[in-house]
Design a protein around this ligand. Structure first.
Ligand SMILES: Nc1nc2c(ncn2[C@@H]2O[C@H](COP(=O)(O)OP(=O)(O)OP(=O)(O)O)[C@@H](O)[C@H]2O)c(=O)[nH]1
Ligand SMILES: [Mg+2]
Length: 302
């Protein structure tokens, strides 16, 4: 490791659906955090480690910061916000991700969290591939720099990989001179059991309508090598008996289809055959019950 190596933590903050997880995955070069088109996908603090020439950036992906909606479960909702805010504590850089759609209430909340981290705040303006005319960015950049003195402002498209190298250079400049904190080649702090649960949850989100994703949790109870394959036993938790048939689908078609897709992703990632067994069970009102949230692993940060 030569002199001048830079390394540190960069927290991704922003409203739900801003593209934080997509960006982390692109920077790491591997899917370490699931991303879907529905808001409130990420529920944990997840590290994504990006090694580069003379540097290592440890991205901290966080849940989207939002205002509790009238019909959203208060305990889960506030837990997600707390996890996001806790994820920014002690980092070297806060990367606030806005979209080119402009500032909303939840973006301002995320800015507040970024400021409170005490770290320099870089503003990323995502989804610029949606702009027909890039000149539309200028008023947004002007408005943004009036709101706060950002260390830098970087327009980008996480999806199309537009301007990501510039972003990387900007972030590295903000990092302290330090040796890498994680061994080269390590891409995340999460193991197979976590990724297996997340791949299944991702496919369930894709298979379900607008509201149900929020009431689904996946718990992998067993993830062991057995007879040349990885045996994964997963319980899909819903919070009301009436939600069970929706997750199952007609003759179990929905959970089956989600399960097949999730299994294929697991097989690609883990490089082994996977035998996935799923059960759909009811944990009454788990989204609004602190104890249930803890037992499902949603309360590890304060
Ligand atoms: N057009 C476009 N879509 C994007 C871009 N980046 C992300 N998306 C899409 O935006 C949606 C949300 O992306 P995520 O990465 O899950 O967003 P997030 O900020 O992690 O969301 P939460 O985990 O819910 O807070 C997905 O459908 C992405 O494909 C981009 O640069 N351009
Ligand atoms: Mg996310």
């Amino acid at each position: 490791m030569g002199e001048g190596f830079r390394s540190g933590f960069v927290a991704l903050l922003g409203r739900p659906n801003a593209g934080k997880s997509t960006l982390v995955n692109q920077m790491v070069g591997l899917e370490v955090s699931i991303a879907t088109r529905k808001p409130q996908t990420t529920r944990h603090r997840i590290l994504g480690i990006a090694d580069g020439d003379g540097h290592q950036i440890v991205f901290v992906d966080t849940p989207g910061i939002h205002r509790a909606r009238k019909n959203s479960p208060p305990a889960l909702s506030s837990r997600l916000n707390k996890t996001a805010i806790a994820g920014a504590a002690g980092v070297d850089v806060a990367l606030l991700l806005l979209t080119c759609g402009g500032w909303r209430d939840s973006d301002r909340r995320a800015l507040q969290a970024a400021k409170e981290s005490g770290a320099p705040v870089v503003l990323g303006i995502n989804k610029i591939d949606r702009l027909r005319d890039k000149a539309q960015l200028l008023p947004l950049i002007e408005q943004s720099v009036r709101l706060f003195s950002f260390a830098e402002v970087v327009p980008l498209s996480a999806l199309k990989r537009d301007n990501l190298e510039r972003l990387r250079a900007v972030l590295v400049r903000q990092l302290p001179a330090a040796p890498r904190g994680f061994p080269r080649g390590q891409t995340s702090d999460r193991g197979r059991r976590f990724m297996a649960a997340e791949f299944l949850r991702e496919q369930l989100i894709n298979h379900l309508g607008q509201e149900l994703p929020h009431v689904v949790a996946v718990e992998v109870r067993r993830c062991v090598e057995e007879g040349g394959a990885l045996a994964v036993d997963a319980v899909v938790w819903v919070e009301k008996a009436g939600q069970k048939p929706i997750v199952l689908g007609k003759n179990g078609a929905r959970i089956k289809s989600a399960g097949v897709r999730a299994r294929k992703k697991m097989e690609r990632r883990f490089g082994s055959h996977v035998r996935l067994n799923t059960w759909v069970k009811v944990k009454k009102n788990w989204t609004d019950d602190e104890r249930a949230l803890r037992s499902l692993g949603y309360a590890e940060h304060g």
